[in-house]
Design a protein around this ligand. Structure first.
Ligand code: UD1
Length: 418
């Protein structure tokens, strides 16, 4: 199992390109199941989760070709199975995103029920409930969601809580349903909007994506299109925190500043000087001192839960006492115990981490537990004195493209040890 060896203490300095968004690319790849004409998807990041989704489509008999520029060409004409088996779903919960498209286009789907995961129980009851309201016959047995439908019927769906992949699954189901579907209390995340844009480019009729009410007028069929995935806001946010923590300077190319409003506001509050343009972000922390900031996670446009762990690392070495409150997932503080091993002073009280900044962290062996928790350990290691060995970095490979290359390019001392 690969590990990362990081020698801390080098301020990051330089320019990198942000990759395509993992969480937008996954539903967009699933959306290719909605059409029988080939789709070309550009700016797909080279990540383990993407390989899993491509593998899942391949298992169904779909033809997927990836070129050296990471453009993905998908042709579903050869599909011969409508199933997402346990061995793939257990490695990536987002596999459940094929449920809506398969059911609405082929009238059947069998998708393994995702289990709990390191950050919480994460049920998919709202995905199932919404599809049932659209007329699907769904049973959950032997660990599988088995769904059947003639043609799904448009209706008004009110989501009890904001769910990102739930909104995406129902949106994809609704585009080929009969009549109009309204999704109330929909997720407003930029990845949902990007999926809606992709679907519109295929001929879907969608209004209100990016607001909490999405209206979809079902159509008979969609056509293949060419679509470029938006940049990854969480990857961008992670590198900005890295530059802030190390007292460095960074310029991110191909980054979308608007999708990061809440994160940029917190980085400014922490003392960073930030400039933005249409598709770039620049952060300068040289000669400035890092102040601790209070964080409260919530669905978009509020502060993202996927940046919570990284700000715990920032607060661990910032001046002052801060609170980090997690409201989206019930168990998303696995990184705190590992940050302790580097010398952080963080106390957990329910869903709040109380961080007291320390002057110096010290390198130690640590273990990654989930994707964003792993990122926080890498950030802490970049400022820790001495060597940190981060174990189980397959979690990082799920969501950060070429992380060690990008950090090395910025002057970090990071090496992958096989
Ligand atoms: C997506 C993101 C993930 C991010 C999360 C929240 C992808 C592939 N993943 O995950 O990176 O951390 O949004 O921004 O896009 N819930 C239910 N019932 C449901 C669905 C969700 O109770 O049917 C709960 C979950 O347990 C959680 C909350 O709703 O507490 C939000 O989860 P959700 O938005 O669905 O997260 P994901 O879509 O799985």
């Amino acid at each position: 199992m690969d590990k990362l060896l990081i020698v801390g203490g080098h301020p990051l300095h330089g320019e990198i390109r942000i990759s395509g968004s993992k969480n937008a690319a996954l539903p967009i790849l699933a959306s290719t199941l909605l059409t029988e004409t080939p789709m070309l998807i550009k700016n797909v990041p080279h990540l383990r989760d993407i390989t899993t989704m491509v593998g899942l489509l391949g298992r169904m008999g779909v033809e997927v070709t990836v070129d050296d520029k990471l453009n993905v060409l998908v042709d579903t004409r050869t599909i011969n199975s409508y199933s997402a088996p346990y061995d793939l779903v257990k490695t990536m919960r987002a596999s459940v995103l094929v449920l809506g498209p398969l059911l609405t286009r082929f009238g059947q789907a069998e998708v393994s029920l995702p289990g709990g995961c390191a950050i919480g129980s994460r049920p998919v009851n709202l995905h199932i409930q919404g599809l049932r309201q659209m007329g699907a016959d769904i049973s959950v047995e032997n660990g599988y969601i088995r769904a059947r439908a003639e043609r799904l019927q448009g209706t008004t769906l009110y989501l009890d809580l904001v769910t990102v992949t739930g909104t995406e699954n129902l949106l994809m189901a609704a585009v080929l349903a009969e009549g109009a579907t309204i999704i109330e209390n929909a997720a407003k995340e930029p990845e949902v909007t990007d999926l809606a844009k992709c679907l519109s480019s295929m001929g879907a009729k969608i209004q209100g994506a990016g607001t909490d009410t999405i209206e979809i007028q079902g159509v008979e069929r969609l056509l293949g299109a060419e679509y470029e995935v938006l940049p990854d806001r969480i990857e961008a946010g992670t590198y900005l925190v890295a530059a802030a923590m190390t007292g460095g300077y960074i310029k991110l190319k191909s980054a979308d500043p608007h999708s990061l409003d809440a994160v940029l506001a917190k980085l400014r509050e922490a003392g960073a000087h930030i400039n933005t343009g249409d598709n770039w972000i620049e952060l300068d922390m040289r000669g400035r001192s890092l102040r601790a900031v209070d964080i409260h996670t919530s669905p978009y446009p509020a502060f993202p839960t996927d940046m919570q762990a990284q700000f715990c690392a920032l607060n661990a070495v910032a001046e002052g006492i801060s609170t980090v409150t997690e409201t989206v997932f019930e168990n998303r503080f696995m990184h705190v115990q590992e940050l302790h091993r580097l010398g952080a002073n963080i106390r957990l009280e329910g869903n709040t981490a109380i961080c007291t900044g320390v002057k110096q962290l010290y390198g130690a062996p640590v273990m990654a537990t989930d994707l964003r928790a792993s990122a926080s350990l890498v950030l802490a290691a970049l400022v820790a004195k001495g060597e940190t060995l981060v174990d189980r970095i397959y979690h990082l490979d799920r969501g950060y493209e070429c992380m060690e290359e990008k950090l090395t390019q910025l002057g970090g001392e990071v090496r992958r040890i096989p």
